[in-house]
Design a protein around this ligand. Structure first.
Ligand SMILES: Cc1cn([C@H]2C[C@H](O)[C@@H](COP(=O)(O)OP(=O)(O)OP(=O)(O)O)O2)c(=O)[nH]c1=O
Length: 197
């Protein structure tokens, strides 16, 4: 069985492009960064801890667990999901007119945790200038509230994105290329899964 250790609807949708059958089991972990931890170390640790939390309960040795974490990083500062409008405003002001990184880590492991593969996909995203009035209107769309950095590149937030380089699927929450490579290593063939008779 394949288990997606995530509450994110975006990750569920992206994984369903690769595999037909999987179970969704969100992992509840403490997402507070350690002091002195770099953004790279943080996102990799988050994905790994989400996978390990799921591996602890009710899994078979041969199950394949997929976990991921997305953080927006500007000037080495980690931006997670906003807690309020003021928090989202602070983040979007920091991103306005600048280039930031989106880091999405992936951890794929088996239920026995003796096979673990991790990676961190880093993309560069450049925003145009955004006014405070636009930030206010954007908040009212409801889109920023559950997104790292308070925006969604795949949604209305796409109108702020002047340029991006890297992996679009990773920015949305799950890098299709890297996950498909890991799945193949774990004996799951995404192409065969998608053959329609
Ligand atoms: C930057 C960006 C993030 N996001 C989303 C992807 C993730 O769902 C979310 C980042 O938060 P995460 O903490 O990585 O994920 P999550 O809490 O939604 O789900 P889980 O931890 O259970 O896997 O932000 C977008 O949808 N579009 C974007 O452009």
């Amino acid at each position: 069985m394949i288990i997606l250790a995530s509450a994110s609807p975006r990750r569920k949708e992206l994984l369903s492009t690769l595999v037909n059958a999987f179970e969704v089991r969100p992992a509840d972990i403490d997402e507070t960064p350690f002091s002195m931890e770099s953004p790279e170390e943080y996102v990799i640790r988050m994905a790994r801890e989400k996978a390990e939390a799921i591996a602890k309960h009710d899994v078979e040795h041969r199950d394949v667990i997929i976990a991921s974490d997305t953080s927006v990083v500007i000037d080495e500062q980690i931006l997670g999901k906003p807690e309020s409008f003021e928090h989202a405003k602070e983040m979007l002001r920091a991103l306005s007119g600048k280039t930031h990184q989106v880091m999405t880590s992936v951890c794929v492991c088996n239920g026995g945790l003796n096979r673990v593969a991790t990676c961190n996909v880093i993309s560069d995203v450049s925003f145009r200038e955004i006014s405070d009035l636009e930030i206010e209107h954007y908040w009212k769309t409801g889109e920023p509230c559950d997104k790292a950095g308070s925006y969604a590149i795949q949604g209305v937030g796409g109108m702020f994105v002047k340029h991006m380089s890297g992996s679009f699927s990773a920015v949305v929450g799950l890098p299709i290329y890297e996950v498909s490579q890991f799945l193949s290593e774990f004996g799951v063939s995404p192409l065969k899964e998608n053959i329609r008779e």
